[in-house]
Design a protein around this ligand. Structure first.
Ligand code: TYD
Length: 136
């Protein structure tokens, strides 16, 4: 799986003077069904999150409020993506190492995931991730 498969998805946005509205339908606007939602909040300045890859999990990451960066790494190439719009989601396919940093104050990072939490699905060790990636 290459980082080229990870992309910003422009979510539907209903503009309204009373406030804008965005919606997401699993399997329609994003390429997986949603089994889990979690979010990071009250993130202290300078914090780093992530630092792992998933074996089978598909995810969509949205900056619901504020901004942060996601560093994507497929073992060959790296790309840094800045998220700061609540109508944009970053789709991350399986087998991509990711790190999140540069959180602005009061930022909220929401993640939609294709499966329930399962620690077995994680690579938390970069060397182990690289070995699995290149079958060495
Ligand atoms: P982790 O995925 O490492 O967080 P991040 O990638 O944002 O830095 O998860 C941190 C802790 O929370 C870890 O002990 C597992 C637990 N956790 C759950 O119990 N359920 C979940 O859905 C998630 C995402 C994490």
């Amino acid at each position: 799986m290459s980082i080229n498969l990870c992309s910003i998805i422009d979510l539907p946005k209903i503009q309204d003077p009373r406030g804008n509205l965005t919606f997401i339908e699993g399997g329609n606007h994003i390429p997986f069904d949603i089994q889990r939602v979690y979010y990071l909040y009250d993130v202290p300045g300078g914090s780093e999150r992530g630092g792992h890859a998933h074996k089978d999990l598909h995810q969509l990451i949205i900056a619901m409020s504020g901004s942060f960066d996601v560093l994507l790494d497929d073992g060959k190439e790296k790309r840094r993506v800045h998220l700061n719009r609540s109508y944009n989601g970053l789709y991350i396919c399986p087998m991509i190492w990711r790190e999140l940093d540069n959180f602005s104050s009061a930022s909220v990072c929401m993640v939609l995931a294709s499966n329930k939490y399962d620690e077995v699905d994680y690579y938390r060790d970069y060397a182990e991730f690289m070995r699995a990636k290149w079958q060495i």
